[in-house]
Design a protein around this ligand. Structure first.
Ligand code: ADP
Ligand code: MG
Length: 295
């Protein structure tokens, strides 16, 4: 028993520092795909919640949307690896993001005593977006430029944080899915990292924490032990411009850089699919994932 006391003293400065601060935590699709993993994460989050940290959760779940589209044998068109969100895809996105995943996360948190509230980005006008413009993309095969309409995909135009602030001030933990709406009420899918970043900036969050399926930003994406533990913005920008990152890490790192530039003090990218990585990152000096800081 007594051997646990030094540990308490070790985390005391963190506890003091985090009290009354706001963290935005984003859960990637792989992090929430398994009930046990989600419960373990909910317990870690409940520790932060009980320490008096105000938390907003944002979640994606593209993997689950893809799985469901597969089940109904609908194969949306992909261009350069990016899926076109057609009518069927956005309908499934509404069900999976706004229904299944959102309620599973909320229920898991409730089961460990966290007063969570499930929301879609569009609730209370929290996340307003506009349909992404048609873009010109160079065809890999013949080098000819072509117009691509990504469908029901949105770019954020405005964040209205009033609903979130009201909930946070009353002890609730909002869980927000990555569905936004435009001025005409069309529901659009927005990248969840981008929602997390915009909300973190709008509510003056101390930290933005992105939980994903890799240990952090890697020097070599195929070598999990090549993690970059710490980056200044300048270093992060250098990595962003390099060929070290690809796929989902491109918008992720871009959002991290922008978050810090726009006032979020620290950004963390952590492997959310491993147990207790969130606590290891936040309550130890050496951390476990990638941290980006302003300075
Ligand atoms: P999430 O659902 O958490 O947003 P994404 O798939 O969008 O996850 O982004 C994370 C992915 O980015 C990783 O699974 C990995 O395949 C890819 N990636 C590309 N380059 C890197 C890199 N240098 N370091 C880490 N991950 C990278
Ligand atoms: Mg992603």
């Amino acid at each position: 028993m007594m051997d646990k006391i030094p540990l308490l003293l070790e985390v005391l400065p963190y506890i003091q520092n985090f009290r009354d601060k706001t963290f935005v935590i984003k859960l990637g699709g792989n992090v929430i795909s398994d009930e046990e993993r989600l419960l373990s994460l909910s317990k870690d989050i409940s520790i932060l919640y009980n320490l008096g940290i105000k938390i907003v959760l944002v979640h994606g779940g593209a993997k689950q949307v893809d799985e469901h589209l597969n089940k109904i044998s609908h194969e949306p068109e992909k261009i350069d690896g990016r899926r076109i969100t057609d009518k069927k895809a956005i309908d499934v996105a509404k069900m999976i993001y706004g229904g299944k995943l959102n309620s599973e996360i909320t229920a898991s948190l409730m089961s460990v005593g966290v007063s969570s509230i499930g929301l879609k980005g569009c609730d209370g006008g929290t996340v307003m977006a506009e349909k992404r413009d048609i873009v010109n993309i160079c065809d890999d095969e013949n080098g000819v430029a072509k117009e691509v309409d990504f469908g029901y995909v949105g770019d954020i135009t405005e964040i209205n944080p009033d609903l979130l602030t009201m909930l946070l001030d009353n002890g609730y933990l909002p869980v927000i899915s990555c569905l936004a709406t435009d001025d005409d009420g069309t529901i659009l899918n927005v990248n969840a990292d981008t929602i997390a970043k915009e909300i973190a900036v709008a509510i003056d969050s101390e930290k933005m924490i992105l939980l994903t399926d890799v240990p952090g930003v890697l020097e070599d994406k195929d070598n999990p032990s090549s993690i970059i533990s710490y980056m200044t913005i300048e270093e992060a920008e250098e990595v962003y411009r390099s060929s070290k990152i690809s796929g989902g890490m491109i918008p992720k790192l871009q959002n991290c850089i922008n978050a810090v530039k726009e006032g979020v003090n620290q950004v963390h990218i952590i492997e959310g699919i491993k147990e207790h990585t969130l606590l290891a990152e936040l309550f130890t000096n050496q951390g476990i994932g990638t941290m980006i800081e302003g300075k």
